[in-house]
Write a protein that binds this ligand. Structure first.
Ligand code: HEC
Length: 153
């Protein structure tokens, strides 16, 4: 009986992180991964999306447009879009680990907090909504803890 209770408690402990609201201090990528993504983005994406993600031949990948377009979708769907649609004409040419690093860079450029875990294939972190990765929580009034956006246009 006590042992079963303990097992249930342990099971809940492991289940909890998947569904709990994102902690802003609990980033979904590492600074090193974003740094790697910066170079990959420069080589594969910047020509159309701009060196500062401001947009060009393709839409902006930072700022209000990005939040409005991708905010309610999951990180997994963002990575999947990049991998299956980008770059136009040769989708899938960027290996998935590189797409994950590029995504880390895009998140960083959107002021998402970094953490201690890299964004990896199969990670439960990919189930998070983009807004949660950016540190914005729809259900919690934590605006005071959110740094001011760097680039409003
Ligand atoms: C040859 C130009 C070009 C290159 C290179 C390119 N893109 Fe795009 N990208 C576009 C265009 C055009 C669109 C809009 C059309 C669409 O959504 O299918 C787009 C759309 C996107 C979107 C969706 C934006 C939105 O607002 O919905 C993302 C995310 C994206 N690209 C990521 C990338 C990444 C990551 C790379 C590098 C691996 C990349 N793109 C390389 C032209 C490009």
């Amino acid at each position: 009986m006590t042992r079963i209770g303990l097992l249930v408690a342990v099971a809940l402990m492991f289940a909890a992180p998947v569904s709990r609201a994102a902690d802003p201090a609990d980033g979904v990528y590492t600074p090193a991964q974003a740094q790697q993504g910066r170079a990959l983005y420069g080589a594969n994406c910047a020509a159309c999306h701009g060196a500062a993600l401001q947009g060009g031949a393709g839409p902006a990948l930072a700022g209000d447009h990005f939040r409005a377009t991708w905010g309610t979708r999951t990180l997994a769907s963002l990575v999947a879009f990049e991998h299956s649609q980008m770059p136009p004409g040769k989708p899938g040419s960027v290996p998935e680990p590189d797409d994950l690093a590029i995504t880390a860079f895009i998140l960083q450029m959107n002021d998402a907090p970094a953490g201690t875990r890299a964004l990896a294939a199969g990670s439960p972190l990919l189930g998070r909504r983009v807004t949660d990765a950016l540190g914005e929580q729809a259900s919690a009034p934590t605006a005071a803890a959110t740094p001011a956006p760097r680039n409003r246009s």
